[in-house]
Design a binder for this molecule. Structure first.
Ligand SMILES: [Zn+2]
Ligand SMILES: [Zn+2]
Length: 98
């Protein structure tokens, strides 16, 4: 991450619609971005939410996503006691569409 301001002499126009569709990539909440299943005893070692990538990509702008209130953004079903279950609301991503 660089924090350099490049000034091209004119303000960049804010395009809406057209061009590339919005995309948001963020760390998988269920595995915390490790790509490993936090509950690998009962499942594959690979995180079942991000498929081992550690990242979630959604075809939506990041601004449209908020932390899942049900699991408090953890991606884990708060009702799961014995084993870690994927949050049924955000499907383990920890984010939901606002
Ligand atoms: Zn994951
Ligand atoms: Zn959730």
């Amino acid at each position: 991450m660089t924090n350099v301001n490049i000034n091209f002499g004119r303000p960049a126009p804010r395009k809406r619609g057209g061009g590339r569709p919005p995309k948001c990539t963020f760390d998988c909440a269920f595995c915390g971005g490790t790509g490993k299943d936090p509950d690998s005893i009962i499942s594959e070692e690979m995180c079942r939410v991000c498929k081992g990538k550690g990242k979630i990509t959604k075809n939506i702008s990041c601004k449209e996503l908020i932390d899942c209130a049900f699991c408090e953004g953890k991606g884990v079903d708060p009702n799961s006691i014995v084993s870690l279950e994927v949050c049924p609301v955000c499907l383990g991503t920890g984010k939901v569409q606002r």
